[in-house]
Design a protein around this ligand. Structure first.
Ligand code: HMG
Length: 378
């Protein structure tokens, strides 16, 4: 019996900010962002969107396609949580009318949480092959205005259904892991924007990639020289290129291709934190028929945990519509002044309020009532 990803769908925010507008407003050479970082645009949320609305939007088409009574776990990975106690997945569970006979929990380890969710789900399904597990990675990346990190903001959610005998990607049981304590990027509880030591973070990412690769090799995992496609956590596109170059320096002989279609997902959405690597996988599966191809995926979450995960696209997978093109093309452009206003208005406050209807997405946050968030189907 194989275990892996049976379905995958992406969603993002209502708005998009073109990177050339941001460069002009900040007095930065546009090529620094488009070539130096490799970023073309970033998703920005409407006031009535958050990680819950994006998560539900990504998961809704998947839930419609399966027997939902088989979904026994909903694992939502996020580092942009909306509550310190209640799991965001419980809101998603209600919005999607999932059965009460479901386990719901939230996972966090920076951008690594999504892949942690996939691995936990895979272990669950290996024990109980009739179970389905819904893993949703959902995040909004926020740095201070005019900071070095600002052009690497973004937002997105990717929902993945993990099952036995999956229709899309069969995952290998062996993976490579690497954890070490480093203050490269973090967000203390009293902040809505991240703190980061940008240059330390890029070297920590590459050290983690190497450490996880050494573990993969030591455990007899699939050789990364034998996979056709390599996907990376992509805080910005140049980082994935640096990661590919580091891997090439480690592996004897040729390595697989750095997949350009998946790079474009990150270049357009910006950093979607835990959803970044799953978004790259969605881009790969949507952009062509990858049936039978090997895939290597590196996840990095600052702080830090890294993992190399490998697998094979099912021989009869064909091209999969993961909603990537619709998500990218469906966004409404912003000017910089409106983006700055939205950035300033972003609030984690529990003050009661009613939110204006802006998003055209299938779900929205209606407001806060008695200190509790209220969500609805649009
Ligand atoms: P910076 O210091 O403003 O940029 O911030 P820089 O001076 O390092 O320049 C960036 C690149 O642009 C350089 O290329 C320049 O040469 C080039 P490189 O040497 O790297 O190849 N450049 C130009 N290219 C063309 N034309 C020009 C031009 N000018 C310069 N005119 C930094 C960059 C990434 C540090 C900043 O954006 C930042 O702090 N970002 C946030 C942190 C981050 O994304 N870290 C990535 C690794 S950690 C990670 O992935 C985890 C994370 O996702 C969080 C999580 O796990 O939850 C962040």
């Amino acid at each position: 019996m194989s275990v892996g990803i049976d379905d995958i769908q992406i969603a993002t925010g209502h708005h998009v900010l073109d990177m050339s507008l941001l460069a002009e407003a900040r007095g930065i050479e546009p090529a620094k962002l488009s070539i130096g970082l490799g970023q073309l645009a970033m998703s920005v949320l409407a006031p009535d969107e958050d990680i819950v609305t994006m998560a539900a939007a990504a998961a809704a088409p998947i839930v419609e396609r399966v027997d939902a009574s088989r979904i026994r776990s909903v694992l939502v990975a996020t580092e942009s949580g909306v509550d310190q106690s209640k799991a965001a997945g419980v809101f998603v569970h209600r919005l999607l009318d999932l059965p009460s006979t479901t386990r719901v929990v939230e996972l966090k380890q920076a951008c690594y949480g999504g892949i942690a969710g996939v691995q936990l789900a895979a272990d669950q399904v290996a024990r109980r092959p009739d179970d389905l597990a819904l893993v949703i990675a959902t995040d909004v990346a926020r740095y201070d205005l005019a900071s070095a990190g600002e052009p690497t903001q973004g937002a997105g959610a990717v929902a993945m259904l993990v099952s036995a005998n999956p229709r899309l990607v069969e995952l290998d049981a062996v993976s490579g892991l690497h954890t070490f304590d480093v203050d490269d990027f973090w967000r203390p509880n009293d902040r809505t924007t991240a703190l980061v030591d940008g240059h330390l973070s890029t070297s920590a990412y590459l050290d983690s990639l190497e450490g996880a690769w050494r573990d993969l090799v030591a455990r007899g995992g699939r050789s990364l020289a034998d996979v056709a496609h390599l996907l990376y956590h992509q805080p910005f596109t140049k980082m994935a290129r640096k990661a590919h170059a580091r891997l090439a320096s480690l592996v004897d002989g040729e390595i697989g291709a750095l997949d350009e279609a998946s790079l474009d997902v990150g270049a357009q959405l910006g950093n979607a934190y835990s959803a970044s690597l799953p978004g790259a996988l969605a881009g790969l599966l949507e952009s062509g028929d990858r049936s039978g191809d090997g895939v290597g995926m590196f996840s990095y979450g600052s702080g830090s945990v890294g993992e190399w995960m490998t697998g094979v696209v099912r021989a009869d997978a064909g091209v999969h519509d993961a909603g990537v093109r619709r998500a990218i093309d469906g966004r409404v452009p912003l000017d910089v002044a409106t983006y700055e206003q939205l950035h300033a208005e972003h609030s984690a406050s529990s003050e009661d309020r009613t939110l204006p209807r802006v998003t055209t997405g299938p779900f929205r946050m209606a407001g806060v009532e008695g200190g509790a968030r209220r969500y609805e189907r649009v």
